[in-house]
Design a protein around this ligand. Sequence first.
Ligand SMILES: Cc1cc2nc3c(=O)[nH]c(=O)nc-3n(C[C@H](O)[C@H](O)[C@H](O)COP(=O)(O)OP(=O)(O)OC[C@H]3O[C@@H](n4cnc5c(N)ncnc54)[C@H](O)[C@@H]3O)c2cc1C
Length: 470
Amino acid sequence: MKQETYHDIIVIGGGPAGSTAATLLARHGHSVLLLERERFPREHVGESLLPFCYSLLKNLGVIEEMKKNFVRKPGVRFIDRDGTTSTTWCFDHIIKNETYLSFQVIRADFDLMLLKNAAKSGVEVREETSVVDADITTASDSVRVTSLDLTGQKTVHRARFLVDASGRDAFIGAKNGWRKPREELDRTSIWSHWGGVKLNGGLEEGLSIIIYMGREQKGWIWVFPIGENRITAGFVAQNSYIRDEQRKLKESGSTDWKRDLCMQELMQSKFVRELLEGSSQVIPMMINANYSYEVQNHYGSNYAMVGDARGFIDPIFSSGIFLSMKSAHLVAPAVHKQLTEGLNGENEMLVTAYKHISGAYNFVHRMIRLFYNPHSVTWAQAGADGVAHKAHESAMAAGHYMLSGDFFENYKKYDDFFAILEDPKHFQRYKKFVIDRKDFVKPSCHARWEDVFRDMVARDAERNAAFADA
Ligand SMILES: Cc1cc2nc3c(=O)[nH]c(=O)nc-3n(C[C@H](O)[C@H](O)[C@H](O)COP(=O)(O)OP(=O)(O)OC[C@H]3O[C@@H](n4cnc5c(N)ncnc54)[C@H](O)[C@@H]3O)c2cc1C
């Protein structure tokens, strides 16, 4: 065992949640040690950002780098199972400044940028160093963490506070038996990146495309443009379906069931079929299994969980990175206050932060239950047919706000919109009186190619060359 290190704060994990929390705490003048298991850049799922991330990225000082490196995203299109009914939600419907253009990122590059930014802000970053133990019970104002590096060296680290940002490993939750699966959302996804794709169908203007799948899968397909001719595409389905299909594929002689299953599901969509014709896969097939769970005891006197380590619901609304980074923005000042002023009783600021964080996660959970409810109106139908009425219009604006990420401060305001979507009868009543306002429904967000893909041509060439060399 190596000698002990001493810091104010230890952060487990260098994803968006960990990098953000570490950067903000280091900027407050604390000594911060960030321990990350992998060597970055490393690929990761979760590539579409909500517009409400914009101000957080600006605050971290990386917005100009973002603009140079990543595709811009003006909105999201939900396409129904029939392949024809769709609603395009354009963020400029409610956001009237430059932040309406969000981002589609390659996570290897995005996470590396945030981790480097943390190091630049004074965080001591140790990659290829796994946390193998974390004791939060020794005292109320200190923690003891053990790490293991690639040489097999174990080191003990002490700190006054621990931030668990270990993602879906949920280190503290798993270690203490506080991590419970959400059985009703037991999903798995399989995905990859393809190059040489001729972008169309909304991708050419940066839109995220989400396609509802049939009932059996209880899932959906995503297609996002992440380069001028590069996409990320994958599908999400319930675990029992994946298990059955895996068995069937193996019995029929498949030697690469993940790839075969991913292609089988993607090819069911005419839209994706046409898109992938003549393209080539540019990263290995990736799988993320069993990923919906909740964690209890999100914080204590000497620790706090942020990002997926605090809980993970379902990625359908591309909310994960925003929830993670915003949580880190709320938790960091509360931790700073505690470390500078001491703890007398409860940390009220942390209590308030977690009230907002839990409110936001519960709200997103409600959106997700609605998505999977076969009896409610889908996000693909909600804006179709020119549904717009003065009263309804404000509800549709609420839909845009929700899809942009307005869940922390304002989630209570959106109850009316939920009521419409949750009750098809209610929705039909609106439809009867309201239809035919064609001006409301946008078939396109009309984002300009040069605004969406400006620097992508050169970046794509570099990225493809790096992939070919690897
Ligand atoms: C199928 C799918 C699609 C998704 N799509 C989107 C999307 O479009 N948009 C979106 O915003 N979100 C999406 N998400 C969610 C998104 O991926 C996560 O919410 C986001 O990555 C959370 O960031 P994080 O920092 O909490 O965790 P992570 O990004 O997972 O980072 C955690 C880090 O901790 C490290 N780590 C773990 N354990 C240890 C340990 N013991 N010691 C040291 N290091 C450790 C890991 O190596 C990792 O680098 C999706 C998720 C899934 C499953």
